[in-house]
Design a protein around this ligand. Structure first.
Ligand code: 4AZ
Length: 517
């Protein structure tokens, strides 16, 4: 996120080399305590009135200043090395302590040495692993190392394609296969009638939670949906021409049945939300690039490759993260990615592991269109005040000109500068296609949108890529309008930020999520 203007920059993900924040691990070596030096006999003495008290910690006599010793006729001479001294009556047998010392000497030294040797072996093994991890990939099945650049390069180098099996996938979704869509206004449900090739409104008549669940499964959501009923009189019904009810067949499939008379008997339509989303727990906002809290933007995540922040992303569902495809250039190894959620301060420990990464099949690295990707997490996130999903827009989402939008991230705070350590937020405005195309020589397609300030000074930057551009929707929920994608530099006057338009990729998003259910 930037509030400054500097020299030219090309849009690129913040790769690990470019990232300025590291997680260097300093190994602190603890020196073992030297065995206490002992002077045979010096600390085993008969009691006497002039005797200086022995230190309470039982330290050997060698540590006592010689001047404190009280020489005198009553002093029992020290034992000869190896000869047990007779125990004076009424005291502990003297052989007890000297025996303990010799036991310590016999066992402590070898144990300490063994621990030291083992610790050194562990440290060396860790160092070897770190070095190997940075230069080689180990093929488990064929038991061999291959250079790191051969991992996920599209060609098989290990037996069983092992080096190509945990890499990003490109996924094609046929938009003709989508049969469910949700409107922007009031989240109303429409289903596609294959027989007549028409979209239909769904009447509330005979609607129930089983049907809601079945429809949400079509969109790739497995949680508990929320639905309500909206009077047809409150709706602009022009985006679909017919009204239907839904019947659930014995094979659990849904059948769309047009209602006779062209009106819903109940007079109401189904409003459906497959997930509770877009709830931000704090309302106050600070204008201009400024520190924020995660409770303000609980869907914001940090995408980290080998412990370095690379891109932003957003939570769509307990195990789905939306981001930009260009974040994975040269970093396609799924197991090296981690996702940090629920923290405004950039941290690198205990990130969530990634199961799969999907890129839009038409995305080409270093090109601008189709810059969208989904990451599937190994484990579901648990939602809280600081971890929440963002809503997707409706299929017909259409923002008013100059709409106020917000964008968040840990990207560079100045062009060519360094990452923010605390999540930044900035308020920007939607910029028209005409203005944006004149700034970018007609490179702006209908699947992109532009936002920023024409005068510059508030924008996204390297490291913000993949993060969410959000608007506070009519239904009092935050929804994700764009994905940070590219731009000429950061915060330059006359060069606004360009975003992937989320509403253009709903079929792809729902299609990928459904495939993975
Ligand atoms: C980047 O390199 C980047 N000012 C992202 C956004 C913008 C420029 C560069 C837009 O990831």
């Amino acid at each position: 996120m930037s509030a400054g203007v500097e020299e030219t920059d090309i849009a690129s993900p913040l790769n690990s080399a470019a990232a300025t924040e590291g997680t260097g691990n300093a190994t602190k070596a603890t020196r073992p305590t030297a065995p206490t030096s002992r002077t045979t006999g010096a600390n085993v003495r008969a009691g006497g009135p002039t005797r200086t008290p022995r230190p309470a910690n039982g330290a050997a006599g060698a540590t006592r200043p010689p001047a404190s010793r009280a020489p005198g006729p009553t002093r029992t001479p020290g034992p000869v090395r190896g000869m047990p001294r007779p125990a004076p009556s009424g005291t502990q047998p003297v052989g007890y302590k000297s025996g303990r010392r010799s036991v310590l000497r016999r066992y402590c030294v070898p144990i300490t040495t063994t621990i030291l040797v083992l610790a050194s072996i562990v440290v060396i093994a860790i160092l070897v692993k770190v070095v190997l991890d940075n230069y080689y990939y180990f093929c488990l099945k064929s038991f061999k190392f291959i250079p790191l650049d051969k991992w996920c390069d599209g060609k098989s180098d290990c037996s069983g394609d092992e080096d190509e099996s945990r890499c990003v996938h490109r996924v094609e979704v046929d938009s003709r296969s989508s049969v469910v869509r949700i409107t922007e206004q009031a989240s109303l449900l429409q289903l596609y009638m294959i027989s007549t090739q028409q979209w239909s409104w769904i009447c509330s008549d005979s609607w129930d939670s089983n049907k809601a669940k079945a429809v949400c499964t079509q969109l790739g959501f497995s949680g508990d949906p929320v639905f309500s009923h909206v009077p047809t009189t409150e709706v602009d019904t022009r985006s679909a021409s017919i009204f239907s009810t839904v019947q659930q067949l014995s094979n659990r499939e849904l059948q769309v049945v047009p209602v006779s008379g062209g009106r819903c008997p109940s007079g109401t339509l189904v409003s459906l939300r497959c997930t509770v989303c877009g709830a931000s727990h704090k309302r106050e906002r600070i204008i201009g690039g400024s520190d924020s809290t995660i409770e303000n933007w609980p869907w914001q995540v940090s995408l980290q490759f080998m412990g370095q922040h690379v891109c932003g992303g957003s939570i769509l569902a307990p195990h789905w993260i939306l981001t930009a495809a260009h974040c994975f250039k040269g970093q396609e190894q799924v197991d090296r990615w981690r996702i940090q959620v629920g923290m405004a301060k950039l941290t690198f420990l205990f990130g969530s592991q990634v199961d799969k990464i999907f890129l839009h099949n038409q995305y080409v690295y270093d090109q601008k269109p189709y810059d969208i990707a989904l990451m599937k997490l190994k484990n579901d996130l648990s939602y809280s005040g600081s971890v929440q999903p963002i809503c997707l827009p409706g299929f017909n989402s259409n923002l008013p000109p100059s709409a106020t939008l917000w964008v968040t991230g840990w990207g560079n705070t100045q062009e060519g500068g360094s990452l923010a350590t605390i999540l930044q937020q900035v308020s920007i405005r939607l910029i028209s296609y005409e203005t944006c195309n004149s700034q970018y020589f007609n490179q702006i397609q209908s699947t992109m949108l532009c936002a920023g300030r024409e005068a510059g000074g508030a924008d996204t930057c390297q490291g913000d890529s993949g993060g969410p551009l959000v608007s506070y929707g009519n239904s009092s929920r935050w929804e994700q309008i764009g994905i940070v994608s590219w731009g000429d530099g950061c915060g330059r006057p006359g060069k606004v930020g360009v975003y992937t338009k989320v509403s253009s990729y709903l079929d792809w998003i729902y299609g990928v999520m459904k495939r993975e259910l």
